[in-house]
Design a protein around this ligand. Structure first.
Ligand SMILES: Nc1ncnc2c1ncn2[C@@H]1O[C@H](COP(=O)(O)OP(=O)(O)OP(=O)(O)O)[C@@H](O)[C@H]1O
Length: 244
């Protein structure tokens, strides 16, 4: 990744600038000429009908669409990270693990690794970040606290992650992502598979995290848009049709 030569760009209030972004899968358009600016430390909520391109837009920000060999992306995404500006679509393959640390993602359904709660928290820190066991352990409590999970799991870290409730599993995924210290947090319908009480816990976390992170979140819930969105991005058929 390129480094900012102490330029004003690092101090930009913008976390992402998307220019003329189009994405096709197998030649079919999923995103069509998206232009968008996202501000730092704001929550942008993306909504729109099923299949309109919301997840594709999120995944474009950390090049996750690339994992599908039939995906073709055009246009530019510039991220203003603490290390300097990064042109996402021009990063070589070997830059992607670092990009995905800086731009963390939580998916609709909890994506747990097989193993214990602490395995889930420690493994990415050790394998992806290359931290020692002690250094990795030092990070997990804070991440769990940020995800409002520590009180519930702090004394049972060695239990299987499968033993947690759906809402706890999703907050574990959030904690695992936060432990990697991302700058931009992508949340793809993080409450979709949860009951209202568990969803409310996650919403509470998100509103607290907003002070510290730049967040782009997909939601179908008008109440969530109302409660969480600094910016509401409405999509239709691969295009942005409203920003409010
Ligand atoms: N890996 C893929 N391979 C082929 N087509 C894909 C792939 N990912 C997405 N698409 C297609 O791109 C379009 C946009 O999909 P996307 O998942 O971004 O929609 P979405 O708005 O997030 O939908 P939902 O609300 O149902 O999750 C859809 O037509 C979808 O079928």
């Amino acid at each position: 990744m390129s480094h900012c030569p102490q330029g004003a760009s690092c101090k930009s209030s913008r976390i992402a600038t998307i220019r003329n972004l189009s994405v096709q899968f197998n030649g079919r358009t999923a995103l069509d000429d998206i232009n968008l600016m996202l501000e730092k430390h704001k929550v942008a909520v993306v909504s729109g009908h099923s299949g309109c391109g919301k997840s594709t837009l999120l995944k474009a920000l950390n090049r996750l669409n690339d994992s599908d060999g039939n995906c073709h992306t055009q246009g530019d995404i510039e991220l203003m990270l603490s290390s300097g500006p990064v042109l996402v679509n021009r990063l070589p393959q070997q830059g992607l693990p670092q990009l995905r640390q800086r731009v963390g993602m939580v998916f609709q359904h909890p994506q747990l690794l097989p193993g214990s709660i602490e395995d889930n928290l420690l493994l990415p820190l050790k394998v992806v970040k290359g931290l020692s066991e002690a250094a990795a352990r030092a990070k997990i409590r804070r991440a769990c606290e940020q995800a409002s999970l520590w009180e519930e799991i702090g004394d049972r870290l060695t239990l299987s992650a499968d033993s947690l409730s759906g809402g706890q599993q999703q907050r574990l995924c959030l904690a695992r992502t936060l432990a990697m210290e991302p700058e931009l947090l992508l949340l793809d319908e993080p409450t979709a598979s949860l009951d209202p009480k568990a969803a409310a816990r996650i919403e509470q976390c998100i509103s607290q995290l907003a002070a510290q992170y730049s967040i782009v979140m997909v939601s179908h819930s008008e109440a969530q848009v109302e409660a969480l969105a600094d910016v509401h991005i409405q999509m239709q058929s691969g295009r942005i049709v409203g920003i409010s």
